[in-house]
Write a protein that binds this ligand. Structure first.
Ligand SMILES: C[S@@+](CC[C@H](N)C(=O)[O-])C[C@H]1O[C@@H](n2cnc3c(N)ncnc32)[C@H](O)[C@@H]1O
Length: 295
């Protein structure tokens, strides 16, 4: 049963906070903003890792992304509130894998890989993990940073012995029984790819936009290598001149593509989300990009 509630439900019970004088310190200003923010307070009350949870809750309430038993990959999962929602909404038989460049202990029921998603070795590690028969909710799935290949990725303790990072992902060995095979080297085993990835913003809006577009295109290419036909893709982006191109590519690959600005997304932020539903059959990343886009 779903545990976490969206904004509309909890806002009825909000009590106003006393307004305090803002202090000059950045961290104090941040603390004060968090305390005043109803989403942050409600996240604490519901034991959610961050207020970002309410963005995904609103998206899921509107678009019905999650179902019981799905396999979900959450790119940029730390500190983990989206993975908490995914665990809750996919139920006992769901499989949730989080990826983040930062070391972060994943919430219960979540597997995790630490690495830079833009690095091809990290993406291979994710794909290799997705092919593991043992993917599941075991408690020993704890993220451990493993310094290899100039420290660009890490995987869990359980997988440490020999992860098939360098093997050809298209090799059929060890694949689960119910997978679809993509045109190139994709094996389509994932129901939902989420991406809330964003590096620290620089304050330069074009630079932040460009950085976000890199992450989004890389996430789309990955999604097309791993999503089942009919699978869904939710992706944060920082708006700017290039997002129309992103949207056009998504429309080639998904039946429905919508822009969303959830209420929990701060009005002063340029962040928005593309919600892309129902991956079309047979459309590959080569169709979208015209070359083998890896990262
Ligand atoms: C806004 S936070 C995600 C919050 C998360 N959805 C939640 O609900 O807790 C963005 C995350 O993206 C991660 N990130 C940014 N660039 C990344 C990259 N190249 N590879 C992996 N993770 C990245 C950051 O480390 C950060 O944890």
């Amino acid at each position: 049963m779903e545990r976490f509630r969206g904004f509309r439900v909890f806002c009825k019970s909000l009590t106003p906070l006393a307004i305090r004088r803002a202090s000059s310190g950045g961290s104090e200003r941040w603390t004060l903003r968090q305390r005043r923010d109803p989403y942050s307070r409600e996240a604490t009350r519901q034991n959610l890792k961050s207020r970002a949870a309410f963005k995904l809750l609103e998206i899921d309430d509107k678009y019905h992304i999650f179902q019981q038993g799905q396999t979900v990959v959450d790119l940029g999962y730390a500190p983990g509130s989206w993975t908490q929602i995914a665990v809750d909404r996919t139920g006992r038989n769901g499989h949730i894998l989080g990826i983040d460049i930062l070391p972060c202990a994943p919430p219960p029921g979540v597997s995790a890989i630490q690495g830079n998603f833009l690095h091809i070795k990290t993406q291979r590690a994710i794909k290799a993990f997705l092919l593991e028969q043992s993917l599941g909710r075991q408690n020993d799935h704890v993220a451990v940073p493993v310094s290899r290949n100039n420290g660009s990725y890490g995987v869990f303790a359980r997988q440490r012995q020999q992860l098939a990072c360098d093997q050809n992902f298209g090799d059929d060995a060890g694949q689960p029984a119910n997978y679809e095979k993509g045109q190139n080297n994709g094996v389509l085993v994932v129901d939902v790819v989420l991406s809330d990835m964003m590096a620290n913003t620089s304050g330069n809006s074009f630079r932040d936009h460009a950085m976000s577009m890199d992450l989004c295109h890389s996430a789309i290419a990955f999604a097309l290598d791993t999503l089942k036909t009919g699978g869904h893709f939710v992706c944060k982006f920082y708006s700017g001149p290039e997002d129309v191109d992103l949207e056009l590519r998504l429309r080639e690959a998904f039946e429905v593509v919508k822009r969303e600005k959830p209420r929990a997304s701060r009005s002063e932020s340029r962040e928005q989300y593309f919600v892309s539903k129902s991956r079309k059959r047979g459309v590959t990343k080569q169709d979208l990009y015209g070359y083998d886009y890896d990262n």
